[in-house]
Write a protein that binds this ligand. Sequence first.
Ligand code: CA
Length: 252
Amino acid sequence: MSRTSDYSVVNPHTVAGARSRLTGTARLRLLLIEDNPRLSEYVAVALRGHGFAVDIVDNGADAESAVMATSFDVIILDLGLPDIDGLDWLGAMRRRLDQTPVLILTARDGVQDLVLGLNTGADDYLRKPFEMNELVARIRALLRRPGHALGVELIQGNVSLNTNTRVLVVAGTLVDLGRREFSVLEILLRRADRVVPKAAIEEAIYSYGEEVASNAIEVLIHRVRKRMQDAHANVYIHTLRGAGYMLTNAPT
Ligand code: CA
């Protein structure tokens, strides 16, 4: 098992921790697909320092499992992977209509490869070796694109949530939600039609070391679900035993 997650190593003293405590917003989650362990560790540590949550996988199969299990705000993809060419992996992902922004890391300097990469559905690319600042700037640029992770307006069915103004409108009516309930709904909307593991919600909402009751997420989900029902939302939050939660347009 080569997948690592930072769920358990969130440093309470990082800027990110402080910021998510202040604003109550979910941290942005990146998937780093890179088979060079020294490079992936170096990049992950740097990106975590910039406040991102980073998951690392070192092959295409584990990357596949990761994107099936949860969704990411940006994927950083090395082209030379042990089990599949990164471009083939990307092509398969785009054929599933997965629109997650992808930034390619490549040691190849052929212009053709890069053109092919962008045609395959990459959003941007960086040549190795690269400067960390450059990588962070590119990631931020991808996140600023309308409709993507930092896209202000998350809309699903008759539910519209503005992550900037923190205004929630359901069926044309303004709805009040508590800070944590709002964050839960935000995470579920960002990953609509995808399973969101309970641990991902916990990690996004609670800071490291904070005492979290074992049923805290269930209670929050219950409240959000009730508010949505009362407001006649036509989106539904499903509980998938042992897997997590999923927001969809289908009642069952
Ligand atoms: Ca490689």
